[in-house]
Design a protein around this ligand. Structure first.
Ligand SMILES: Cc1ncc(COP(=O)(O)O)c(C=O)c1O
Length: 949
């Protein structure tokens, strides 16, 4: 019997769009009697398994919140002076409310449709500009997953730029977690990482680059000028892992010759969150612009020649280059980059300098107090971190009894990193811990000049652009952030029908705990016993995800789907090595796979062999057969997406897995489409060996405009020993591979969202979500198939949770392409479906279970109205060029212009259907000129006059 009364708040009913009656009428529209009938006709009987899931019964919202509060109290929030790239910070409340807790920001998707994403693009351009300014480099990207992987990306970039060199220096002064991540990345590529003292290192001709930390992990400030000269003299490159706040006082790495500067922007107002999510930054020279991993925002113009923003250059990197892609990064950390950029806008150059100065002055006060008491410091040139070589023997016990965490190095040395939140009381407490008999912190700090007078002082200005100098008051900042949000179409406006992206509800209740202090305030390297609450969440989530996928072990470490793919393949690689089968290095990848799949395989040191797809979307079994035979001796893995990227449940999935196993390979299942499977079938039971999940799709973590993400991997028992480890906190199995992320549990704080999602829905609700996701897709497919050609269907004529419309024929009949439909949808208040993927010239639609029947019908109305508009062109009633689709989208400025001269009315342009009159979303720029942006790459804020003109 249920522990909750029937009238208690049931989350499933609010998460799932269609009501019971709607479901019945939709099922009948499909010519069926029941939802069960649809599901039986959709999921192949050979894998169908709807036995009750072994997850706890659904809990009402208030119970889940109360449970989370109890769990949260099991975390102990100490004052953290551990540092190592993670620092306590003050999140301005205005930014917390306006961005992190605002669905207008967190429910956006990656800005593929620039015309309805100008706000987020501007926020990211601010982030890039702040990074470029502070690091002193020429270009920056719009974030990477974390500092460790950003360092690895810099290494890979240098590796590509220098041919035939294989050695890479990593200074022993780098953070240990960064060193491990870089080592893990290097091994499959055949790169030899030399961890050594950079000062005595010799740049031989086989060295292609170096990584140094600035300031060093123990806080010392080195001048890397000579190192850069030495490296450059031999044709090698230097990456600097920098502390962003220190750059407000210290010489910019670009000034002493860095070729790339990377790091974590967390201390720009983003909570610690037990390790993430945080946005890493990556800046470099303009000459390397085509090698930069991830997305870069660029300035361009629209079709009217007005300034506009868009994602520049490599946005289709993996889709076009596939096995030749230079990086697998797809989802990054956009929401957190927006926050860090907003922090820079909020504080401006003076505010930032003051924050950095305060941190430094407290550190100096602490150092002086300790020096006066005969403590020895390892170094005297520091920004915010000092290292004490002769601490009292009982320091740790006393510190922990006062709820203070310090960093204890193995050699008995102790490091202390201060931060923006540090007060005179904190410094007094630290001095007391050392038994220092000295003046108070306030007196000590009064004896210090209020300026930075250490080595390498910064002389160059930063954040000079007006954007960083005009929003000092909270009122102004609030309006600015609101203005930006209002330029972006998010789930707060309408359904975002992006296929393969699962833009479902990100419920407020699930997001609430992320910013509770008991979860947001934990340092990732705090002793594990202080994180008992978090570990309870991890244990539950690992167990639940294992149950839903049919696997026995789970790693929560990967920070995105692609990172999960890479981790899963490395696990396979390690398993094969343990069987002395390291020669197996062929990875079979269907040509319909997501572009990150081949890119991840190459990064994992595998050779990609493409398997053909049949015209119905299934894998070409004959081709697979012949390739498994041909590569039988070398077969490492098959990567397969299920249901396929074409939106169908492949009937032969069991046979496919069996075939690969027969030839000694492992099956990697891309679980981005798990939303069609939860509670209905389990990859671990139908033959896969390992799969990743996109928690930012199926399990309700919001996309945040392009991140955060979480891509846990779920693995069968034989692979469990190899799950990713970590150098500082034990994770993974007995033969763990190197970490794939800087933090042991990746983006720990957003795991709370998925935990709450599962706890709120319970076994029945979870299964119901999959069923309704399938129903919604089939309902839309059915309604639209009278107007558009539906490309693929399963054996019984039904689609999975998404489907593809083929619009290629309109090119011939009306000169209309998929992109024209995408832009016209904006005038109707909709985001376009996924464009030209996995089949060029098509549109892939995924409604998810969260959309109501009314919203599905409204979307159909828009699509059908557009089909009528296409018909007008086909019949010659509309011009082939100056028609309503080719001219879309229509901005307010255009339809209100005195000299409006388009051959259709203003109302037809802007208010094509009745609902747009009372709920109108205005694109703020007209169609983007991509070619102009590619020819004139600008990826920092342009002079303000350009906007005015
Ligand atoms: C099928 C598939 N696989 C992998 C990925 C990569 O996931 P992520 O963007 O989180 O790296 C995606 C993302 O869109 C996807 O759709």
């Amino acid at each position: 019997m249920s522990a909750y009364l029937p009238h208690a708040d049931r989350f499933a009913a609010r998460h799932i769009g269609p009501s019971k009656d709607d479901v019945q009428s939709m099922v009948e529209k499909l010519g069926l009697h029941s939802l069960d009938e649809l599901i039986n006709n959709t999921i192949p009987s050979s894998i169908f398994d709807n036995r009750p899931l072994d997850v706890p019964e659904a809990r009402p919202e208030h119970v889940v919140l109360a449970d989370l509060r109890t769990i949260g109290r099991r975390n102990k929030i100490f004052r953290s002076y551990i540092g190592m790239g993670y620092h306590d910070t003050i999140t301005p409340r205005a930014i917390l409310r306006a961005v992190l807790e605002n669905p207008s920001w967190y429910t956006q998707y990656t800005p593929y449709q620039a015309e309805i994403s100008q706000g987020r693009l501007e926020a990211l351009l601010n982030f890039q500009t702040a990074i470029i300014d502070l690091t002193g480099m020429e270009i920056a990207n719009a974030s990477l997953l974390d500092e460790g992987t950003a360092a690895a990306e810099a290494m890979m970039m240098f590796f590509r730029l220098t041919h035939k060199r294989t050695k890479f220096l990593v200074s022993s002064d780098c953070h240990p977690q960064t060193i491990s991540v870089v080592q893990g990345r290097a091994a499959p590529l055949g790169v030899e990482v030399v961890v050594s003292n950079h000062m005595s290192f010799e740049f031989t001709p086989d060295v292609f680059g170096a990584l140094v930390q600035y300031p060093g992990s123990d806080g010392v400030i080195h001048d890397y000028n000579e190192l850069c000269n030495l490296a450059h003299g031999t044709g090698a490159f230097v990456a600097v892992a920098a502390d962003l706040l220190s750059l407000a006082l210290l010489r910019a790495p670009g000034r002493f010759g860095a070729d790339a500067v990377i790091g974590n922007s967390q201390r720009f107002g983003v909570p610690l969150g037990y390790g993430g999510p945080h946005a890493a930054f990556f800046s470099t020279r303009s000459a390397f612009r085509r090698q930069v991993p991830g997305r870069m925002i660029g300035v361009t113009v629209d079709m009217d020649g007005k300034p506009a923003l868009r994602m520049a250059l490599q946005m289709r990197e993996q889709h076009i280059k596939r096995a030749r892609a230079t990086s697998n990064i797809c989802t990054a950390q956009v929401l957190l980059a927006v926050m860090a950029g907003a922090y820079a806008v909020f504080h401006g150059p003076n505010g930032l300098r003051n924050i950095a100065l305060c941190v430094h002055m407290w550190t100096r006060a602490l150092a002086n107090g300790l020096l006066r008491n005969n403590y020895q410091l390892r170094h005297h040139e520091f920004f915010d971190t000092i290292c004490i070589e002769n601490p009292p023997a009982d320091l740790r016990t006393r510190a922990e009894s006062q709820a203070i965490n310090l960093r204890y190095l193995g050699d008995g040395t102790v490091c202390i990193s201060l931060n923006e939140t540090t007060t005179s009381k904190d410094v007094d407490d630290l001095l007391n811990l050392f038994g220092a008999n000295t003046s108070s912190a306030a007196e000590l700090v009064a004896q210090i000049p209020a300026s930075y007078d250490g080595i390498l002082p910064r002389r160059t200005p930063y954040l000079t652009h007006p954007i960083f100098n005009q929003y000092r008051s909270e009122t102004e900042l609030m309006r600015y952030l609101h203005r930006l949000a209002s330029r972006d179409l998010s789930l707060t406006t309408s359904m975002i029908p992006l296929g393969s992206c699962t833009m479902k509800l990100n419920a407020a209740v699930q997001l609430a705990p992320v910013s509770w202090a008991n979860f947001s305030g934990l340092h990732p390297f705090a002793p594990v016993d202080q994180a008992a609450g978090y570990h309870e969440i991890f244990r539950d989530l690992e167990k639940w995800l294992g149950e839903l996928t049919g696997f026995s072990a789970v790693s929560l470490q990967p920070n995105a789907g692609a990172s999960g793919e890479y981790a899963g393949l490395l696990v396979i690689r390690a398993y094969l090595a343990s069987k002395e089968e390291s020669h197996r290095n062929v990875c079979l990848v269907p040509d319909s796979a997501h572009g990150t799949n081949p890119a991840s395989a190459v990064m994992a040191g595998m050779k990609v062999v493409v398997v053909k797809t049949l015209s119905n979307g299934d894998i070409d079994f004959d081709d697979l057969k012949s390739k498994t035979v041909r590569y039988s001796n070398d077969l490492a893995a098959l990567m397969i997406t299920y249901p396929t990227t074409y939106g169908v449940f492949e009937e032969q999935i069991r046979d496919i897995c069996e075939l690969v196993h027969k030839h000694g390979g492992q099956v990697y299942l891309d679980g981005a489409n798990m939303n069609a499977q939860v509670g209905l079938c389990k990859p671990g039971h139908f033959g896969a060996d390992v799969c990743h999940l996109n928690l930012h799709k199926t399990f309700a973590i919001p996309h945040g405009g392009g991140g955060p993400g979480v891509g846990p991997i779920c693995a069968a028992e034989h692979l469990a020993p190899f799950l990713p480890g970590h150098p500082l906190i034990k994770t993974g199995g007995a033969q763990a591979i190197d970490p794939v992320a800087s933090a042991p549990y990746g983006s720990a704080s957003v795991l709370l969202i998925s935990w709450a999602y599962i706890a709120l829905l319970g076994p029945n609700g979870l299964r119901r979500c999959s069923e309704i996701a399938i129903l919604n897709a089939n309902y839309l497919a059915h309604r639209l198939s009278g107007y558009y050609e539906l490309l693929f269907r399963g054996r019984h004529g039904y689609v999975a949770h998404e489907f593809i419309l083929d619009v290629r024929s309109f090119k011939r009949t009306a000169g209309i392409e998929a992109v024209d439909i995408a832009k016209r949808l904006m005038d109707y208040g909709y985001h376009a479906p996924t464009m030209s993927w996995p089949v060029s010239g098509t549109m892939m639609i995924e409604p998810t279970e969260s959309e109501s029947k009314a919203e599905l019908d409204r979307f159909c109305e828009a699509m059908i109205a557009i089909r009528t508009e296409i018909m007008e062109i086909e019949k010659g009633r509309q011009d082939k060029e100056r028609n309503i689709l080719r001219q879309a989208p229509h901005t307010m400025a255009l339809v209100c212009a005195d000299d409006y001269d388009l051959p259709y009315t203003r109302a037809q342009a802007a208010f094509p259907v009745p609902w747009t009159r009372h709920n109108k979303f205005w694109p703020t720029v007209r169609r983007i000129d991509e070619a102009y942006g590619d020819r004139n790459l600008v990826c920092s804020c342009p002079p303000i006059e350009e906007y005015v003109t």
